[in-house]
Design a protein around this ligand. Sequence first.
Ligand code: PLP
Length: 278
Amino acid sequence: MPVAEATISVMDRGFLFGDGVYEVIPVFGNKLLRPDGHLKRLQNSLDRISLPNPNDDDTWLNIFDDLLARNDGGDRAIYLQISRGAYQKRDLGIKTEYPPTVFAMVLQVVAPDIEKVSAGISVITVDDFRWAACDIKSTSLVANVMLKQQAVTAGVDDAILIKNCMVSEGTASNVFVVKNDVLVTPPTGHKLLPGITRDLVIEIAESNTILVEERELKEAELYTADEIWMTSSTREIAPVISLNSEAVGAGTAGDMWKRVMDLYQQYKQQLRSSNEKL
Ligand SMILES: Cc1ncc(COP(=O)(O)O)c(C=O)c1O
């Protein structure tokens, strides 16, 4: 049905408590980007909040297939949200007799204009005051909203989150640093969301003989980095050219960014032209 006609109960726990999880899956041509990775992360999010998965992977893929067929277009993304459903009473306790609420829609995405993207973004560092369960792709995003607003108020594009002098991630992205031709990104765990774009960037880099280190990244390393990138499904790979009002490296998108961004675009193009089923 049209999004404007879709409704949910005001008693839905997704609405009352942010008690739910979600995924955003990019689609190029008619091909989902990394469906297995997204469905695995969805399962992890559901397991972590003790919400049984209402569908197996094949059923999800059929739902996505159907949704894409009804919303034809070029590059798109699927938004999927599962909440713990609407209970009769507002009560934190989990009851298993209520079915979850499942909502999926197709988002139209504008392909990033490479020239614009290569102009880079400006960011600030902010204190990561979030909880110790950031690997859950939770719909409770108020902390991320507050952190993003700090960047907006400072007149920059985004923020890099710092916990105990260590980099965790962006407000809606993962962070990479390039130093002496080596790519460094913080390891997955409870401090950050395991980004699918992050995985893909690591894979693309390694298969092109670029060294990658997944290790704790000190905030101090940001200030001596040759390049800093922020990665996500919607942003792809954004080069950071200014950090806390200081230039990053030469103050322009770096050579390593150009190389990996080019490989990433090739990957997308292959996906668009591949004939495999979803
Ligand atoms: C907090 C956070 N970290 C990282 C990411 C990047 O994840 P992905 O590459 O799967 O889009 C996102 C995406 O929305 C995010 O919200």
